[in-house]
Design a protein around this ligand. Structure first.
Ligand code: ADP
Ligand code: ASP
Ligand code: MG
Length: 406
């Protein structure tokens, strides 16, 4: 049985017209001899009636703290609604389909509500429907704990559902349908001349996603990499080839990029809404206490620089109030810079190439972008900048490394 996973993101299932396009992709897969397993996101983006953000706002507007368990139950509804609507669209075209919640599809998670980890997938029920000739349509972004509570997998987590099902069902490939032509050299909303990358390795895409490229969830990339199943990111509007993500470049493609000095960078990712925290007059004991208290409260920190009596790090802007409360309780003298962005240049081929950081800093300074902090690994260079400079900085780096020629 040749299985293909076809995941449709929020915009791909937002309207009857878009769902008709999604249904056609499923029919095409069936006609090519595959058994499609469909995964859907909640319909539409922020503002749409059944979008995840709308459900979150519903809870926030109640002015009472919704417990994480109930919050997950609420958030899971968007994908459940979408699965039923998609089943109806398939049936209207004469294809028998069956809607499944994440739990019914066999996705078992821990109880880390809001960002649950998949413990295992029991795909028996999916196989049963496939053997009956029905198309399973699984609600993405959710699972169920051993004790039967519904959980969600973190924002953007329908990609994770798709990859986890792909692995459990040993799919031939995993298709991620979205509203752009594939994985691009930068977010096309901010960099108008960004281009589609035809082939990428799992590790490059993981770095891009981990550094904020929303187009795919980093966990989905990790899962696909762990079982070496190709991930294909495509536009639901049209028939372009999209981006093929696998463990190696095809050799003809590699030849076109490996000797070009401009091709040390593959893409530029960005993360909005970061807060930079600086704590002064710290002794070792207080440093440890601060780090422990942040971890206990589930606040993840990034771009961490520790000095003998000072510490600088960044956090998600949404964690700012929680963090400053902790620092005040501990009597720390701190300052915070809100609304920062982290931009990251990513490329496996920058390894050992001198002068990449110098080019980045020079390009940013030339465009009057003030750098607040930097960090680097052998395949990534990140700079923290002011949020208002994000588009300017992305375009400057995109131009500097001639990414439009990729
Ligand atoms: P979906 O609802 O289909 O999952 P997402 O909004 O999660 O869609 O992801 C698609 C969006 O990701 C695009 O509309 C684009 O603005 C954004 N994006 C950010 N970085 C990139 C990139 N490097 N390549 C392509 N899209 C990107
Ligand atoms: N609907 C969820 C979200 O908006 C999951 C997803 O779209 O992948 O985060
Ligand atoms: Mg997404």
């Amino acid at each position: 049985m040749k299985i293909v996973i076809q995941k449709f993101g929020g915009t791909s299932v937002a309207t009857p017209e878009m769902r008709a396009k999604a249904v056609q992709k499923v029919i095409n897969a069936k006609k090519s001899g595959y058994y499609p397993v469909v995964v859907v996101s909640a319909m539409g983006r922020k503002g749409a009636p059944y979008a995840t953000d709308t459900l979150i706002d519903l809870a926030k507007n109640e002015c009472v703290d919704t417990h994480p368990r109930e919050m997950d139950l609420l958030m899971s509804c968007g994908e459940i609604i979408s699965s039923v609507v998609m089943v109806n669209a398939l049936r209207a075209k004469g294809y028998e389909a069956v809607a499944l919640t994440g739990g019914q599809a066999g996705i078992i998670t821990d109880n880390n509500y809001g960002n649950a980890n998949i413990l295992r997938v029991q795909p028996d029920r999916i196989y049963m429907y496939l053997e009956m000739g029905k198309i399973p349509v699984v609600a993405g972004f959710q699972g169920v704990t051993e004790s039967g509570d519904i959980t969600t997998l973190g924002r953007g987590g329908s990609d994770t559902t798709a990859a986890a099902l792909g692995k459990a069902l040993a799919a031939s490939f995993i298709e991620i349908y979205t509203d752009v032509d594939g994985i691009m050299t930068a977010d096309p909303r901010l960099v108008p001349n960004a281009t589609v990358l035809k082939h990428l390795t799992y590790s490059e895409v993981f770095q891009m996603a981990d550094q904020g490229a929303k187009v795919i969830h980093p966990r989905a990339v990790e899962i696909a990499m762990s079982c070496n199943i190709p991930l294909i990111i495509k536009n639901v509007n049209g028939n372009g080839p999209g981006t093929m993500v696998s463990s190696y470049y095809e050799s003809d493609y590699l030849k076109t990029i490996e000797h070009d000095p401009n091709q040390v960078i593959t893409a530029i990712s960005h993360m909005l809404n970061r807060t930079q925290i600086t704590i002064e007059n710290l002794n070792l004991e207080l440093q440890n206490t601060v780090l422990n208290r942040l971890a206990e409260n589930g606040i993840s920190i990034d771009l961490i620089n520790v000095f003998p009596n000072k510490m600088i790090f960044t956090i998600d802007g949404d964690d700012s109030a929680k963090t400053t409360t902790i620092l005040e309780q501990l009597g720390c003298s701190y300052s915070a810079v809100y609304n920062c962005s982290k931009i990251s240049a990513i490329g496996n081929r920058m390894r050992g190439v001198p002068g990449v950081m110098a080019r980045i800093i020079k390009a940013l300074h030339k465009n009057q972008v003030h750098v607040l902090q930097t960090a680097d690994s052998h395949t990534t260079i990140s700079c923290l900048i002011k949020g208002e400079d994000t588009a300017k900085a992305l375009v400057a780096l995109h131009d500097e490394f001639k990414l439009h020629t990729r």
